[in-house]
Design a protein around this ligand. Structure first.
Ligand code: SF4
Ligand code: SF4
Length: 84
């Protein structure tokens, strides 16, 4: 089971589209919820212009530690070693 599930509830809570790093490529593909196991890293070229994951309900509810999932991959991939 993934740390973060890809479902409609989490999709609705994800604040990626309001992030300063979110770009037209991602918007065009309706991408978000990068922290979810079934999503992960974006296929778009991202620049680090800030990450607002720490303000997201999904981040809090799932005790996530990181950010920039759009560039680095899902929570399973980048926080997997911290999971107990
Ligand atoms: S933690 Fe980040 S990637 Fe995950 S749902 Fe929230 S804003 Fe989106
Ligand atoms: S994962 Fe973080 S940096 Fe990437 S779009 Fe979502 S909020 Fe922005």
């Amino acid at each position: 089971m993934s740390k973060v599930e890809k479902n409609d509830a989490n999709m609705g809570k994800c604040v990626c589209p309001s992030c300063p790093s979110y770009n037209d490529c991602a918007r065009g593909k309706s991408e978000k919820l990068y922290c979810a196991g079934d999503v992960g890293k974006s296929s778009c070229a991202y620049q680090m212009n800030g990450c607002i994951c720490s303000q997201c309900p999904v981040h809090m509810e799932n005790n996530l530690m990181a950010g920039y999932y759009c560039m680095h991959g899902s929570a399973d991939e980048i926080e997997g070693k911290m999971a107990m």
